[in-house]
Design a protein around this ligand. Sequence first.
Ligand SMILES: Nc1ncnc2c1ncn2[C@@H]1O[C@H](COP(=O)(O)OP(=O)(O)O)[C@@H](O)[C@H]1O
Ligand SMILES: Cc1ncc(COP(=O)(O)O)c(N)n1
Ligand SMILES: [Mg+2]
Length: 559
Amino acid sequence: MQGANLVGFNTNFLPTFPIFKTTQHLFCHLKQAYPTASSTFASMGNDEFTTTTTTTVRVPRVLTVAGSDSGAGAGIQADMKACAALGVYCTTVITAVTAQNTAGVQGIHTVPADFVEKQMLSVLTDIGADVVKTGMLPTVDIIRSICDVLKTYPVTALVVDPVLVATSGDELAGPAVLDVLREELLPMADLVTPNLPEASALIGGENVVNISDMREAAQAIHALGPRNVLVKGGHLPGTGGMVDVLYDGVDWHELSGSRVETHNTHGTGCTLASAIAAELAKGHPMLPAILAAKQYLADTLQQSAGLNIGRGAQGPLNHLYKLSNWGKTSTERQFKPEALLLYAVTDAAMNKRWGRSTADAVRGAIEGGATIIQIREKEAETGEFLREAEASLKVARHYGIPLLINDRIDIAMACDADGIHLGQSDLPVAQARALLGPEKIIGVSCKTPEQAEKAWKDGADYIGSGGVYPTTTKKDNKTIGLDGLREVCYGSPIPVVAIGGISTSNAGQVMQEPRPQNLKGVAVVSALFNQADVVASTQALRSVLARTVKKSSPVVPLL
Ligand SMILES: Nc1ncnc2c1ncn2[C@@H]1O[C@H](COP(=O)(O)OP(=O)(O)O)[C@@H](O)[C@H]1O
Ligand SMILES: Cc1ncc(COP(=O)(O)O)c(N)n1
Ligand SMILES: [Mg+2]
């Protein structure tokens, strides 16, 4: 993940944006932040709120006035998805229907200006809007209609993305609209977001090809009347960082971030402008709204980099990656029970004693044949735990071995581990599943079939059951023995891995036939890590397992 860094941030900037135009708006935003406090607000004389304790939820609203993209990468479709991803209700006024895909624009069918106006009135007289965002505005008449409507129905903020040319290079609005854009719409805008060619067109055709040009262009466009100008640097030559330049009439701010190497950039401009509109609609001031939107776009670009949609040069983004992570739904990424065969659980104290880092221990275990890793850290501080987890994850990813975090869901989420292993007194499984989503692996320690069944119902992928034998790694741990293990296996609808005092000398006994079909392997700590040579110890255990478990995993060959 890369963030947007701010260079030359001026604190004077924040109060100058009139996000709360009236006291009424301030109440609305307070109400949004404290939805249960309705009676307090009602007593302040604001009749928008009920006087009882009934909670009315006021949803932030963005109205996008833009063109439809049949390929759903840009335009109205991108706007709706970006707003939805950011928790904002998005209404849509369509200015043109484009026949468009990842290769380019094949046709444009413009909607008559009076019908654009009709759509706007339908929305504004009923649902209303906190922020209006405009995109493709193909005719002078459409722009004039929008200006007229906005004069009658003013909104908290107007974001103008002066769309002229699609990423593919196809023209979406001709030079004929430039004058009315400059003279009528831009003066009403709180923010205008041209890309480099659009900035150049707005200032009369002068080239904008570097940061100094972007600063000058931002200033010249600001002189046309908008309160803020964000000149976007997606088209800057070179492969280095990404810089957008923001000018607020007083200062320039260079908003930098890293370039994501991807051809899936169709709709980035629409997405950014909509995301800014969404953040403004939530009540954020301009600069924080822009930074939050850039972060959302950077994360989305990152999450969409490997997608393969369409045959053209510019693919779309997965705006809703938090709901459906397309990059992780391929069968390769899903949990495979066979991965439980040789489950290595790290122990920081042991590794310290042998003078190795957790990541080195993980590398040794994987090179010796471990098929899944769990980072278990009971003492370390959060920052140190996270660094260890990140370093270990790098190693595990290199070998394609799943890596889970013991207990700490915050660490698992922060480093984007493959999942988590929970104890009976840790975070409940259902909550962990809700936080991690459907793709991550969740394992649960269970000593009884009842616990195993509950873990399964709550969304766990596997059960860790033990202690099979007495162990020194876990204090006050009740030993359930081989019989207890089998009982859990027979009562468990999901795969089980045995744990507790297992080593090369007894792993064969644990896995011997007849074996419950869902007993998939053994989890070990000391047998691998309280040893001088982690690779050799893991290899030794892997050979024992290979002898007993005939059908060893096809996905995790002995390295
Ligand atoms: N490959 C990329 N990696 C990271 N950010 C990008 C990338 N491409 C574009 N952006 C960002 O997306 C936003 C829109 O960029 P730009 O391409 O300039 O506009 P448009 O899509 O309107 O042509 C900008 O904030 C830019 O910095
Ligand atoms: C209907 C429509 N509106 C806008 C764009 C610009 O796309 P981008 O976000 O890549 O600048 C587009 N390609 N199609
Ligand atoms: Mg654009």
